[in-house]
Ligand binder design. Structure first.
Ligand SMILES: C[S@@+](CC[C@H](N)C(=O)[O-])C[C@H]1O[C@@H](n2cnc3c(N)ncnc32)[C@H](O)[C@@H]1O
Length: 750
């Protein structure tokens, strides 16, 4: 458990509700210079952001200003839009309750109605029902071919430069399944990392295709994303297709030419706006026909040109939400399997690894052994789903289980409206906070010297340095990445609203986004200090450390190694740990105070401008990484801040309901509320006050019945139902339990 004392004085304690930010004026807060000045003073000691994480060179780089191939992948993350409360769950309490009462079970993806009976049954029956429900939900994907399904959606010509898109054929509700489709080409991080340039050579060598890359074009330092990008091309080049698949492939758009010369040299990939109508989804996916079609057609001629193929793959491949195989489902399935066959111990996994370790990767000994986890980095081409256009407030969520993509409505969408996904990762989860987000899209943008993106870039390390564009970045960053990677300027409602905000507020947002990366690195450094300062080491300042959690995720910052060495060189171990402890406290306090100061600047600016709730939400959505850094710094100090967890969950849910990030924050907000209430209950009990009704055990605490817990629980289950559809209570519990146990295990590992 990560709890511990509450710091009521935390800088975000005022953030009771994102929709009701205080309007306290902050003199001069709207003057850009003044804000900048404040900010710079606050951040004077912060280290420089590291040099760009994403290489600027790539083997298939085009002649124009297009991003290098390492960035030429579509990182579609989650989706939908609508506010958190407008998702599956706004009105969920009633249905949730009735679901429990009447025992209606959830439906699996394959339509299996394994309804568990949670109440009033013998424990073994409950367990069996839970397992059946989990099986129903998690069956098939990955284990065998899952029939493609087309829900209430159809292809439409959209006009306005957007080309084709998908629209609803009736009103759909959050959580409704819109599409399941198996990939035509799919690359994962594992299996490709080691291949390097040999993959590229293989691509050349496998078929004498005119125009495909030649070896001398390829960078010997081919990186993972390059390898995956090329891997998809290789898969598409080398496989055979049915006639309907070939027809669909021939209708794919590519990136628009970057210049006239580029168009001449590039061979003219078709831009979305110039394309003929796409075949119906049912035709593309072969839904409604029993005919077994032969796969004997090769890739259409148009795509056998290397530039066109590269452009088509870049425009049509994407990485589903979460950047990995759906993690909740993966871990919950694993638990269900463990129930059936007994858990696979780490020893078993070790043995399995040894047994299978006939490759020559130099692996030896268990120090390099890591337990299995969900496969990461799926970059794929899914027929039909490629017609989903982008929105920065998408109304669907798309995630992958096995190699099947599931697209569900994440908001209510009226009949005939376009459905959209995000081409950008959401970027608001714990991985982002702690810098472990290997899956986020590269957002390093080449400077073309024009426009807002260039202006922003010139002063922003968010774009040019160690961060990347996510759905929770400011509009300039999102647009720059989308334009660079996909060749369009996003004009979604969120972008338009954000663009319309007061210029001074936008400048503050840019300033915050720019500085957040530095705060993140400061936090990592602080955590590294904590790592060398063991628990229980008292010194003069230790009183306020009572109960501090040392279990928060930690990562060693870049600067830390040198600092560690210095410390060790000091001599006495006791002195070193004591010094480290002081350093840790100082560094963490500094992050909290700097992030808190920015939060206050945002609040003051929004208050002064008297923004509407929608405008506040738009403004705050662009600086969510600041809130997450503040949350992480507080959590690392053992402090929980329920309003902050709630605010981030609400913001992430308003931008990308049903996304993995949304579920993470919703589960976090629930746990935070449970901890807070349990703590209050314990305090009350200690003071001999009457303890309110409590039911048995959550994580070692008496689980209190409290409105705050109940409300957080309703919002959390609503988020899960948005992502996974009408799951039953046991399945929801199984997903939450698996998530909690995995996080506890990770914390213990750390
Ligand atoms: C995966 S395809 C989507 C389907 C595409 N509209 C078509 O007709 O084939 C991606 C391409 O669609 C276009 N596109 C996607 N989202 C867009 C948006 N929000 N505004 C304008 N164009 C968009 C861009 O040309 C992008 O490269």
């Amino acid at each position: 458990m990560r709890l511990i004392g509450l710091n009521r004085q935390s800088p975000c304690a005022h953030a009771q509700d994102s929709a009701a930010m205080p309007t306290g004026a902050h003199p001069g807060a709207l003057m850009r210079t003044s804000i900048k000045c404040n900010a710079k003073t606050q951040l004077a000691t912060q280290p420089e952001a590291p040099a760009g994480l994403w290489p600027m060179g790539g083997p298939l780089r085009r002649s124009g200003c297009r991003a290098p191939s390492s960035q030429r992948f579509v990182a579609v993350a989650a989706n939908p839009a609508g506010s958190d409360s407008g998702g599956a769950g706004g009105s969920e309490p009633a249905s949730s309750k009735s679901g429990r009462r009447n025992g209606k079970g959830g439906r699996g993806y394959a339509g299996a109605g394994a309804g568990p009976r949670a109440r009033g049954n013998a424990p073994s029956e409950v367990a069996a029902a839970a397992q059946a429900a989990a099986d129903a939900l998690f069956t098939n994907p990955g284990a065998g071919p899952l029939a493609p399904q087309v829900g209430p959606v159809a292809v439409a010509e959209l006009g306005g430069g957007r080309g084709r898109g998908l629209v609803t054929t009736r009103t759909v509700q959050p959580g409704e399944l819109l599409l399941t489709v198996r990939s035509l080409a799919l690359a994962w991080d594992d299996g490709l990392a080691a291949l390097g340039s040999s993959l590229a050579t293989d691509l050349v060598g496998s078929e004498p295709v005119p125009g495909t890359p030649v070896e001398e074009d390829l960078d010997p330092d081919l990186d993972l994303e390059d390898a995956k990008f090329l891997g998809l091309q290789r898969q598409l080049l080398s496989r055979r297709y049915t006639l309907r698949e070939a027809e669909w492939l021939a209708s794919l758009c590519g990136l628009p030419p970057v210049s006239e010369e580029g168009a001449e040299q590039g061979g003219g990939a078709q831009a979305a706006a110039e394309l003929p109508p796409a075949p119906a989804l049912e035709t593309v996916l072969g839904v409604g026909t029993d005919t077994v079609e032969r796969r004997d057609v090769s890739l259409p001629e148009r795509l056998r040109n290397r530039d066109i193929l590269a452009d088509v793959v870049q425009a049509n491949a994407f990485m589903p939400d979460g950047g990995c195989e759906d993690a909740d489902v993966y871990w919950a399935r694993r638990q269900v399997e463990d129930l059936a066959v007994g858990p696979m111990s780490l020893d078993d996994e070790y043995e399995a690894k040894v047994d299978n370790d006939d490759d020559d990767d130099g692996w030896e000994g268990d120090e390099e052994f890591e337990p299995a986890g969900p496969r990461v980095g799926p970059l794929g081409v899914w027929p039909g789903a490629n017609l989903l256009n982008h929105s920065c407030m998408p109304n669907t969520v798309a995630y992958v289980i096995g190699d099947t993509l599931f697209v569900r409505a994440a908001r209510k969408v009226s009949s005939g409206s376009e459905i959209t996904v995000s081409y950008l990762p959401v970027g608001g989860g714990a991985d982002t906070v702690f810098g472990g987000d290997e899956t986020a899209a590269a957002a390093e943008v080449e400077d073309d010297g024009e426009g807002a993106a260039a202006e922003y870039e010139s002063s922003s390390s968010v774009v040019s340095g160690g961060s990347r564009g996510t759905l929770l970045s400011p509009v300039e960053v999102r647009r720059a990445v989308l334009e660079d990677s996909y060749g369009f300027v996003c004009g979604c409602s969120r972008c338009v609203t954000e663009e319309g905000l007061d210029p001074k507020l936008r400048a503050l947002i840019a300033d915050i986004a720019d500085s957040t990366q530095g705060l993140r690195e400061d936090l990592e450094t602080a955590l590294a200090w904590a790592e060398v300062a063991p628990d229980g080491e008292d010194d003069e300042d230790d009183e306020d450390d009572e109960g501090q959690s040392k279990k928060a995720p930690r990562k060693k910052g870049k600067q830390q190694t040198a600092e560690d060495d210095d410390e060790e060189g000091e001599g006495e171990a006791g002195g070193t740990t004591s010094a480290s402890r002081r350093q840790w406290r100082k560094a963490a306090a500094s992050v909290v105070s700097q992030a808190g100061a920015y939060v206050e600047l945002m609040d003051a600016a929004m208050g002064k401008l008297k923004l509407s709730m929608a405008e506040q939400e738009t403004a705050q959505s662009a600086v969510v990484p600041l809130y997450t850094v503040l949350w992480a710094a507080l959590a690392a100090r053992g402090e929980i801040e329920p309003p902050l967890s709630e605010m981030v969950a609400s913001l992430v849910g308003s931008v990308a309901p049903g996304s993995a990030d949304h579920l993470w924050w919703r589960a976090n907000a629930l746990e935070t509320a449970q901890i807070l209430v349990a703590e209050e209950e314990m305090e009350a009990a200690a003071a001999s006050t009457i303890v309110r009704g409590a039911t048995a055990g959550f994580g070692g605490f008496k689980r209190p019945e409290d409105d705050r817990v109940a409300n957080a629980g309703k919002r959390c289950s609503a988020a899960f139902k948005t992502r996974y559809g009408p799951i039953s209570r046991p399945v929801y519990k199984a997903l939450l339990k698996a998530r909690r146990e995995r996080e506890d295990a990770e914390r213990e590992d750390a």
